[in-house]
Design a binder for this molecule. Structure first.
Ligand code: GLU
Length: 449
């Protein structure tokens, strides 16, 4: 085990997701440290794995029965070498310090890859919005922000959405923060278009993922046209990945939620996608309803947390895991590779287990890590921040063009960094190396702080 990993395991016991994220980066950057001793001399990795600030707080709120509920809220302010802390807020029962540390660590490199001035952070709560009324969600968000507000600011820390936090929650949190601070400042991104939000922010993560896949396929003189795609998840990232796949002539055939997945052999088209959006965003229902409505689809129930659920066992050309961390395990990876998958593009953060990633990398297929291929979301948050600073709005076309350009630059930077350090065509190593060097050089320039 590397020395850094040993330190992390000793200092942060019981946080396997954080250990997993650190181990992957440490392995990738080893040749960089060997070539440039300054990174070891300045103890860059030792400093990177220690959050600059870790905030944990009580969130007490009243449910609709006037009963008091208590949750735990967090903000991990990981690294501010490149700019103010930036990263989403996740509301999910699985949230604890270890998950948020892994996400904040990943975010630091992801944000560096966008080329925009953003440090890394992440926050959230173990609050489960599922089954809660709008007023309960509002009261929870207000209580959460009553504490978080003192730690954030548009030049300090700019949160956004993530799992369980969409337009509704951002609205409630923004309203609460505005009331507390008496300022209408761009202190959250993912705001509604019309009150400080950017065009295309909602679409950006999923679209960016597919633009990145397009870039990878183009290197092999290939494209998404007529490609059968399996997609997991049915939240914001999955919905917009499916939308862009359809747009580019591909054929998405699956979508899932925590209860199960649907397999539509005829493909999900624009009308069916509208149904999914309404089901998930407005009615907040279960994906099973899709199979009840469309006879071309079958539904398979999955146990919560079951990675070998069969979705990844369907034969396809491209796979886009867009649900959550470690959703795709060893057997899934073996099956995908055995079935001749051409490309895996991560829409979620760290959706492949370490074992699965190893199998996929060894196979040599096109494989992009989330910190590169899902960076379009936070990049567009950066674009939202620019518009807020300037007090202006840009058109959807303009934002989309910037997004495409950023995704193709990230793609090229990953390839270049990988090649420069002996990992030709390995996007995982390339993303880690390119992100690491950017953050590390800024840390060295800013002294021991
Ligand atoms: N939660 C998203 C991510 O994982 C977006 C963060 C942001 O826009 O700040 O990158």
């Amino acid at each position: 085990m590397s020395e850094i990993l040993e330190i992390v395991k000793n200092q942060s016991p019981g946080e396997p997701e954080f250990h997993q994220a650190v181990e992957e980066v440490v392995e990738s950057v080893k040749p960089v440290l060997d070539k440039h001793p300054k990174y070891r001399n300045h103890k860059i990795l030792e400093r990177m794995v220690e959050p600059e600030r870790l905030i944990s707080f009580r969130v007490a709120w009243l449910d609709d029965n006037q009963e008091i509920q208590v949750n735990r809220g967090y903000r991990v302010q990981m690294n501010s070498a490149l700019g103010p802390y930036k990263g989403g807020i996740r509301f999910h029962p699985s949230v604890y310090g270890g998950v948020l540390k892994f996400l904040a660590f990943e975010q630091t490199f992801k944000n560096a890859l966008t080329g925009l001035p953003m440090g890394g952070g992440k926050g959230g709560s173990d609050f489960n919005p599922k089954g809660r009324s709008d007023t309960e969600v509002m009261r929870f968000c207000q209580s959460f922000m009553a504490e978080l507000a003192r730690h954030i600011g548009n030049r300090t820390d700019i949160p956004a959405g993530d799992i369980g936090v969409g337009g509704r929650e951002i609205g409630f949190m923004f309203g609460a923060q505005k009331k507390i601070s008496n300022q209408f400042a761009g202190v959250l991104t993912g705001k509604g278009v019309g009150w400080g939000g950017s065009m295309m922010r909602t679409e950006a993560t999923g679209y960016g993922l597919v633009y990145f896949a397009q870039n990878m396929l183009a290197v092999k003189k290939n494209s998404l046209k007529d490609k059968v795609c399996i997609v997991s998840g049915s939240g914001n990232v999955a919905q917009h990945a499916v939308e862009k796949i359809i747009d580019l002539g591909g054929k998405p055939i699956t979508i899932s939620d925590s209860s199960g997945f649907i397999h539509d052999e005829q493909g999900i088209d624009a009308d069916k996608l509208s149904f999914i959006k309404d089901l998930k965003n407005n009615r907040r229902g279960r994906i099973k309803e899709y199979a009840d409505k469309y006879s071309s689809a079958s539904y398979t129930e999955t146990k919560n947390g079951d990675t070998e659920n069969g979705l990844w066992h369907i034969k396809a050309d491209c796979a886009f895991p867009c649900a959550t961390q470690n959703e795709l395990g060893k057997k899934d990876a073996e099956k995908l590779v055995g079935n001749g998958i051409k490309l895996i593009g991560e829409g979620a953060n760290m959706p492949l287990t370490a074992e699965a990633a190893e199998i996929v990398i060894k196979s040599g297929i096109l494989y992009s890590p989330g910190k590169a291929s899902n960076a379009g979301g936070v990049a567009t948050s950066g674009i939202e921040m620019m518009q807020n600073y300037m007090g202006s709005y840009w058109s959807a076309k303009e934002v989309d063009e910037r997004l495409k350009k950023i995704m193709s630059e990230i793609h090229q930077n990953c390839l270049d960094a990988a090649e420069a350090y002996g990992f030709k065509d390995n996007y995982v190593a390339g993303a880690n190396i390119a992100g690491f060097i950017k953050v590390a050089d800024a840390m060295i320039a800013q002294g021991v702080v």
